[in-house]
Design a protein around this ligand. Structure first.
Ligand code: LUZ
Ligand code: MOS
Length: 756
């Protein structure tokens, strides 16, 4: 089945936030934000701004009727700065005017006096002076101390990975108005409707039942709208409350890039030990997470870094410690992979480093140490239906790895300034919110009396195709033509207390709820048939679009006739189902449990060609064997693999966030922040859909596919590194991602510029 949005997307007819027709009297918001990364606000002067044409209201923290607080996990983040500012771009005031331009021009006239305070942007520096978001956490398995003592080879090093701008095509935004009697409606581009509702209610000082949050679809989220869609929606709500007029707030790209948090940069130390057979016996790692100026989701991201610190390898003795370090950057937040990629980059760096010292290919060490059935993760969960080795072997065989290797060797011997490099990247990603309580969902299904069906869930469509999957689930269970079914907007008045659409778990969680609701409705319809036809108990009944079968024989009923007859017999045709993932649990006191419903595995082979005169490169090919279970929709899933892969390659190669000493973002536009475009994506992407066992906790055995493929992109870093070493074997490039063309050049010619 094709993506149900495809037709409207291509015709430009899909509705995003900015396409919603505005009501009469709508005001437009512009956010005035901090011009420094750390300081004390001494004075704010609105006198000139207030008198600018079109200005209706300027509001600050002083105008908040409820709590000026939007912190999710830790209450440490004001909606609007109060007294102090902690990052460049921190919202201080909101200007409301008749047009957006008027609001923007007025905001330029706001005078602010600030006493500058010292700025920290480096996580290790923050750690040194004790600036932590929360106490450190440690995951441990076995005993690394005794294991290292018995190791044949021990290596130590450091690895760093940079942040990443989400660059959703649709920037953050919301549109809010009063319905009546102090009740509000807000349309917002959020992955977490309930987060908007909860914080909106707290800021306005009203009950959540007074705020209806509605989400049609997002022009991309990637984690950037899991938590950080909230402030903009709450500002629009607050503006509506203060002026009694509709308020639209939609960030411009530069504002969005400057004010919102990104993927967490990490700096890490590793120590890895092998026995004489090259089995990893011990691994110690310390992560310094750059959390930015407030907690946001950093504690949960940090946790996932620990969960994935051994990637898809079995290591019997592990000690992993993670510090969440408070710096003067915008609070960093969820980003596809959610800390997992940062942890996985370090173990891959450790393996590459060890291979270099041992004079072998990293793939030898990778293959030797892959997880197998029954192995224990450092957090206590045991692998089940482990596909790590299967994926590796499948990639190896299907894509003829030895031949690929030979081709590269030959190419490199025949070319002086062009060098190819290859790397393998196995992945293992745990599916579930690591916070067990978040793994719940609801679905509301109405069968209308004409036989058409409306489905509401907590799932937010953000281009990932979840609505298509929800529709498939409903159609499959009800046994009817998909055309009858409509997936409604995600709305807190229909489906309440939703978890954000995140953690790759949206289709599983909401799909299971849809499945349950539809099964209940179907059973109810069957009971109705049995009563109407006076059938003996347990008579087999099958409902199909055109025909109903009783005891293998057709009766004079179609779906439409059946539905109407049930309605006329006063039978409920609506159902609300609740699903909570079984089997999962985790005890943070001992850092052990069974946090994930299942794991997703895969292996990618990545090859690249580096121009060793210019430092530029191309990703030649990426060949993947991926563990899909039994894919519910191969089109949607292939799109997720390709998109995730390219996003991961971007993070590892081109995308570089640069801040100056004062904490100001320098790469704040698409002219200076490079993302993969059509010219820099891999020339060839091949994806082999492995028909694996799946999991009964995956919807119809179709495994989660959102985040795992991003981590294939990590292989691009190591492929580039190998190409560099083919040109200059003595090179030992630092493990510092992204590997931009500039860094490639500096690594190829380390002495450049130092000669007289
Ligand atoms: N969000 C969250 C996530 O709150 N918890 C998670 O475990 C998670 N994992 C991936 C992406 N978002
Ligand atoms: Mo996400 S990083 O699953 O919002």
């Amino acid at each position: 089945m094709r993506n149900i949005d495809a037709f409207n997307h291509v015709r430009g007819e899909s509705v995003y936030l900015d396409d919603i027709p505005v009501r009469q009297g709508t005001l437009y918001a512009w956010v005035f934000s901090s011009p420094v990364a750390h300081g004390k606000i001494l004075n704010l002067d609105f006198s000139e701004a207030q008198n600018m044409p079109g200005v209706v209201k300027i509001f600050t923290a002083n105008d908040v009727p409820g709590q000026n607080q939007i912190g999710g996990i830790i209450a440490d983040e004001p909606l609007l700065a109060d007294g102090e500012v902690h990052f460049w771009g921190q919202p201080i005031a909101v200007v409301l005017a008749e047009t957006e331009l008027q609001a923007q021009l007025a905001s330029h006239k706001i005078q602010i006096e600030i006493e500058k305070l010292p700025v920290i942007t480096d996580p290790r520096e923050a750690h040194k002076v004790g600036k932590l978001i929360m106490p450190p956490r440690t995951f441990a398995l076995g005993n690394t101390e005794t294991a290292f003592a018995a190791c044949e080879h021990v290596f130590e090093g450091m690895a760093e990975s940079g942040g990443q701008e989400h660059l959703y095509i649709e920037t953050q935004g919301a549109y809010a108005f009063i319905k009546e009697n102090g009740s509000f409606y807000v349309a917002t581009s959020t992955q977490g409707p309930t987060a908007v509702q909860r914080h909106g209610a707290a800021v306005l000082g009203i009950g959540m039942s007074r705020i209806e949050v509605d989400v049609m679809r997002l022009g991309g989220g990637f984690g950037g709208k899991e938590d950080q869609a909230t402030p903009w929606a709450v500002m629009a709500l607050l503006g509506a409350a203060l002026t009694k007029r509709p308020v639209k707030l939609s960030l411009h790209r530069l504002e969005d890039m400057r004010m919102t948090g990104k993927r967490h940069p990490y700096s890490s130390d590793f120590k890895i030990g092998f026995d004489k057979d090259l089995k990893i016996q011990a691994y110690e790692v310390t992560f310094y997470q750059n959390a930015g100026a407030a907690a946001d989701l950093s504690p949960a991201v940090l946790e996932r870094t620990l969960f994935h610190c051994t990637n898809s390898y079995f290591i019997p003795n592990v000690k992993a410690t993670a510090f969440s370090c408070k710096t003067n950057l915008p609070p960093n937040t969820a980003f596809r992979g959610f800390g997992g990629p940062q942890g996985m980059f370090v173990i891959e760096a450790a393996l590459a480093h060890a291979a270099e010292k041992l004079g072998m290919e990293a793939s030898v060490l990778q293959e030797m140490n892959l997880l197998k059935e029954g192995d224990e993760f450092p957090y206590g969960q045991i692998t089940e239906n482990c596909e790590a080795q299967n994926c590796w072997q499948t990639a190896f065989g299907k894509y003829d790895l030895p031949k690929l290797r030979d081709e590269i060797t030959i190419f490199n011997s025949q070319n002086k300034f062009l060098k190819k490099g290859m790397a393998l990247m196995p992945i293992c990603f745990g599916i579930s919110f690591t916070k067990t309580a978040m793994n719940q969902s609801r679905a509301l299904v109405h069968i209308y009396q004409d036989g058409s069906v409306g489905v509401s869930t907590g799932a937010v469509e953000m281009g990932q195709g979840v609505n298509t999957k929800m529709l498939q689930v409903a159609a499959r269970v009800l046994g009817i033509d998909p055309k009858r079914i409509r997936i409604e907007t995600t709305n807190t008045t229909r489906v309440a207390n939703t978890s954000p659409s995140a953690a790759s778990a949206t289709a599983d969680l909401n799909g299971k709820a849809v499945q349950m609701a539809c099964e209940t409705l179907k059973e109810r319809l069957k009971t109705h048939i049995a009563i109407q036809l006076n059938l003996p108990e347990n008579t087999p009944i099958e409902i199909q679009e055109e025909q109903v079968w009783v005891n293998g024989k057709t009766v004079d009923l179609s779906w439409e006739k059946l539905v109407f007859s049930a309605f006329w017999s006063r039978i409920s045709l609506s159902e609300n189902a609740h699903y909570a993932t079984p089997e999962i649990h985790f005890n943070p006191e001992i850092e052990k449990g069974h946090p994930f419903a299942y794991h997703v595995y895969g292996t990618a082979i990545i090859t690249t060609t580096v121009d060793c005169l210019r430092g530029t490169y191309e990703i030649d090919s990426v060949k993947i064997a991926h563990d899909f279970g039994s894919s519910l929709n191969t089109n949607v899933d292939l799109g997720q693999i390709e998109g995730g892969l390219v996003q991961g390659i971007g993070w590892m190669t081109l995308e570089e966030l640069l801040y100056n000493q004062e904490g100001r973002l320098l790469s704040n536009a698409l002219s200076t922040y490079k993302v993969p475009d059509i010219y820099s994506v891999p020339k060839e992407i091949e994806v082999h859909f492995m028909d694996t066992k799946g999991s009964k906790l995956a919807i119809f055995g179709s495994k989660a596919v959102g985040e795992p493929p991003l981590m294939y992109g990590i292989g691009a870093y190591f492929a580039l590194r190998n190409a560099i070493k083919a040109f200059r074997p003595a090179a030992e490039p630092k493990f510092s991602a992204p590997m931009t063309p500039e860094k490639v050049l500096l690594t190829l010619y380390p002495d450049f510029g130092s000669q007289p």
